[in-house]
Design a binder for this molecule. Structure first.
Ligand code: NI
Ligand code: MN
Length: 222
């Protein structure tokens, strides 16, 4: 399994015969390593919520590759479907078995733009790995429950503060989740979410978990 960081909260996951993107904000993303034309063909795209820094290039990418977008009902219904994008909508707390593996749509404590619907996170099984992309969220104690329901190999957590949990809260989030490995996201894209990512990584390691800090364009082999 190869997990590539595309800057901000955007990731590409390739393995077990599928290519999956999460929150593919490339155009206009100051941290994007390269343009949309460099992205391999998408099979599935997760969109955690309706904010522009997460929806990003979803419509263009989904149409280019005839990919299925997995997102929450309101956002699929009121935005993506109307633009001719093929969607599989879910509700928070819902699970569904896709051809690549099981997906759990999780709560995220955030907002989602006018008529954007509920914000969410996603836990997805692909190959023999379990990945959690938290979306934009505050810290919440039910992350403990998520970790019990789905033993998480890799958690992608926002650490930039202001709009989401900061690096201190994200260390506690990692503990609650019990994930083996944590990759930080949603930081240093804009001045308001600048943070000390090395301090975050040290704190994660100090509590016995692995932190992997990726520069945009870098890949982690899971
Ligand atoms: Ni947001
Ligand atoms: Mn955001």
């Amino acid at each position: 399994m190869e997990v590539t960081y595309l800057g901000h909260s955007a990731f590409q996951v390739v393995g077990a015969g599928v290519t999956i993107y999460v929150d593919p904000f490339i155009t206009g993303n100051p941290k994007a390593p390269y343009g949309l034309e460099r992205l391999p063909k998408a099979d599935y795209i997760f969109v955690t919520h309706g904010h522009a820094d997460h929806v990003g290039d979803t419509v263009a990418l989904a149409k280019r590759d005839d990919a299925t977008v997995i997102t929450t009902f309101e956002f699929a219904e009121h935005h993506l479907s109307k633009q001719g994008v093929k969607c599989h909508d879910m509700g928070v707390g819902g699970t569904y078995n896709f051809p690549f593996g099981k997906v759990r749509c999780t709560v995220a404590f955030h907002d989602s733009g006018v008529a954007g619907g509920n914000p969410a996170g996603f836990i997805f099984h692909v190959g023999d790995k379990v990945i959690y992309h938290a979306g934009d969220t505050a810290l919440f104690s039910d992350m403990k429950l998520l970790g019990e329901l789905e033993p998480i190999d890799l958690a992608l957590l926002p650490i930039g503060g202001n709009y989401t949990m900061d690096r201190h809260d994200a260390v506690l989030a990692a503990k609650f989740l019990g994930a083996k490995t944590i990759i930080p996201m949603h930081y240093n894209t804009f001045p308001v979410i600048e943070t000390d990512v090395e301090a975050f990584a040290k704190a994660i390691e100090a509590q016995g978990q692995q932190a992997v800090v990726l520069n945009p364009g870098e890949t982690y082999a899971l």
